[in-house]
Design a protein around this ligand. Sequence first.
Ligand SMILES: *[C@@H]1O[C@H](CO)[C@@H](O)[C@H](O)[C@H]1NC(C)=O
Ligand SMILES: *[C@@H]1O[C@H](CO)[C@@H](O)[C@H](O)[C@H]1NC(C)=O
Ligand SMILES: *[C@@H]1O[C@H](CO)[C@@H](O)[C@H](O)[C@H]1NC(C)=O
Ligand SMILES: *[C@@H]1O[C@H](CO)[C@@H](O)[C@H](O)[C@H]1NC(C)=O
Ligand SMILES: *[C@@H]1O[C@H](CO)[C@@H](O)[C@H](O)[C@H]1NC(C)=O
Length: 779
Amino acid sequence: MNINMKMDFSSSLTSLLLLALSLPSEAGKCPRLCSCDSTKLTVACVGKNLTEVPPTIDEITVKLDLRSNNLQELPRGAFMLTPYLTHLNLQRCNIVKVKEGAFRTLGRVVFLNLAYNKIDILYQESFDGLSSLKELHLDHNRVEEIQPGAFTQLGFLNMLALTHNQLVYIPNMAFQGLNSIKWLRLSHNSLNNLAPEAFASLFTLIRLSLDHNELQFFPTQAMNRLREVTRLDMSHNPMIYLGEESVSMAKLTHLYLDHMSLQDLSDQALSDAPLLSHLDVSFNQLRYLEPLSGPKQLGSLNLTGNPVYCNCYMRPLREWARVGGVKLLGVCAGPPHLSDEPLQAVAPMDLRCRSRGEMLVDELEKEDENTESPPPTAKPKQKVKCPVNCECNTEAQHVTCEGRGHTKVPRGFPTKTQLLDLRSNHFHNVPASSFPGTSQVVSLHLEFCKIHQIEGSAFQGMKNLLYLYLSDNDLTSLAPGTFAGTPELTYLHLEGNRLAQFPGSALAVLPSLFVLHLERNSISTLQHTGLLSSSSPKLKELYLTNNTIASIAKGALGFSFLGTLHLDANQLLDIPTQALSEASNLEELSLSQNSIRWVGPNAFQPLSQSLKRLYMDQMGMEKMSKDALAGLGPGLTALTMRGNLLEELPDLSPLTGLEVVDLQDNPLRCDCSLLPLRRWMDNVSMEVTAICGHPAEIRGQKVKDVLVFSSCSEESFHPKEMVVAPRPRKLKKPKPNLSKGSGVKTRPVKPKVKLPKPSKNKTQIKLLSKTMIKSKKAV
Ligand SMILES: *[C@@H]1O[C@H](CO)[C@@H](O)[C@H](O)[C@H]1NC(C)=O
Ligand SMILES: *[C@@H]1O[C@H](CO)[C@@H](O)[C@H](O)[C@H]1NC(C)=O
Ligand SMILES: *[C@@H]1O[C@H](CO)[C@@H](O)[C@H](O)[C@H]1NC(C)=O
Ligand SMILES: *[C@@H]1O[C@H](CO)[C@@H](O)[C@H](O)[C@H]1NC(C)=O
Ligand SMILES: *[C@@H]1O[C@H](CO)[C@@H](O)[C@H](O)[C@H]1NC(C)=O
């Protein structure tokens, strides 16, 4: 026993006496194995292997420290006998389960530490009764599930630590009830998905830590709800790009995006973060960055540890930083004469791309040097090797052997080559290990090479390959090992071949695959087994236009991150609702040019949370259920149904977010049944062209111009009343330019740029190649 020496004498004497007398009820004033301080009203029973909360703790205790025991389960009413507790420490107690109502009597506790236990589920009423709690430590547990309402009673909580748990997903409204929360810590989990309303109701949150998770995309929607957050830590998540308007957080000042895998950061990514003052993108893969629009008060931009290439493409950023007083941290990675130069120290004028003329002069000078006086003893300034019938541009790290009649893949490229252009040769077969010594190649072009077979491991060793172009060859199938050894492959072009099946097993070795082009092949069905999401967990865009797909098996589209799916010009007869229900993040879907005559009710219901753009042109569509678009709402920004056979349309009025709509070339029946559409057209601020096909006497006239609607019943339509001033729109982008007179008032938008663009260094390669070798599509 370890009686605190500060205890007053009589009290300790009494305790000793009572203990000596072994009167259990009185001895309870300080339980066996515990130490008590009756002036501070604290009890500590640390590291005693206790299996239950000692029942004899003095009722008036305010601080109870039970660290490092073996409690296992906290039953209902576990602390019933100590209602005055304010601090309770239950760290490392081997707690597996906190039963509902365990803390029900603890209305005065402000600090509760449950860290380093084995709790896996937070039940609905686990924390009931903790109505004064300010800090809750649940870190280092095994929490994988938060049940709805777990925190509803914690209206005064300021800080919730859930770091080092096993959360994968945060459901909608998970933190409901945390009405005073300031800091939410979710670092070091395995989060890969946040429901759109995961953080709804956190109106007071100022700081959010989401670092060290598995988020592959910035959770824009979930973050939108966090109006007061000023500091957001997202570092150490595997994101590779940040697209337009990713971050829409009005009060954000500090954003940490370091140690991710960013290859691209859209200049518009932060356009809705006006107060941002510190942006940390250190230790990413950024080679280039454009001036960021949005933040007006950016003080520092940390680019440390990025392979920033200081050429003319960086000049706008440098200039912008200078004018705006943005401190740039980090150094140039190249070109050689600027490498390791602090970005802040490089003058904008020094950021140059060299002209063709300069480069030719250089090359000539080099040759002169070599021919005139080759240093006899010293290592000769070696002329860079280059295979016969190829051109090697060492400055641009670019080799082209385009259209030179090669029948075998040449060998002996300069080791630093990044772009290898072998288009339009006649390889027919590509044997194993065809590309030795090309580990630096980022982009490989093999279009139009009459390739009908690629042997396993053909690309072995290309460990930096990001872009592979195999378009327009004669491939009929791909063996499972085809892409072995190219773990970084991100963009794969297989369009224009004769593939009869989705090459699922060949893709299984490509963990980074992000965009896959399979247009113009002969794929007739998408099988369940062919498309396992586990094999391409990052696949974001899948293009299957112009195949012969007639059916999609259930399970075939279970890519949790698939955002874009083009199935246009196939042979589908129905909307594949069930298969689509597994692509739960799909934003863009094209079904144009299939033969889908009839669209039934709720056809897109499973995509109602994610879908933004839906294209259904030229499908021979004759009828849509009035509930065909049920579930779709303000999230939908583009809808096209041009060139169908529709006489009626479903109600479009819930689609309040539309920016583009195309209804042209449908024989609409202009009678009172079309009144809702007519009204809706006046209610939206964009022009919508729709033409009457019936009745015959008004065929060809615009729905907007015909008078038939004025005679429609009671609810008849009065143009003057209905004309509403254009609503102020949130849109910051200009509306599509509505060219008068063409009759085309709407047009499909180009999908928003969301892809990581090829890095500008590669663009530079492209520009150089354009001038020097007149190639059309270098990267
Ligand atoms: C703790 O108690 C368990 C059984 O309740 C026993 O097996 C274990 O050895 C004890 N550990 C210590 C350190 O006393
Ligand atoms: C910039 O990033 C590096 C690496 O993450 C870090 O060490 C440094 O403190 C950052 N500098 C500033 C000013 O934030
Ligand atoms: C589909 O591919 C064929 C042959 O490649 C081409 O002729 C046709 O125009 C394509 N159709 C569409 C809709 O792209
Ligand atoms: C017109 O817009 C208003 C407000 O946005 C909405 O309440 C109303 O239902 C709309 N009317 C039609 C016919 O879409
Ligand atoms: C929009 O269209 C008008 C003519 O219809 C043209 O004069 C104008 O230049 C266009 N604006 C843009 C930005 O394309």
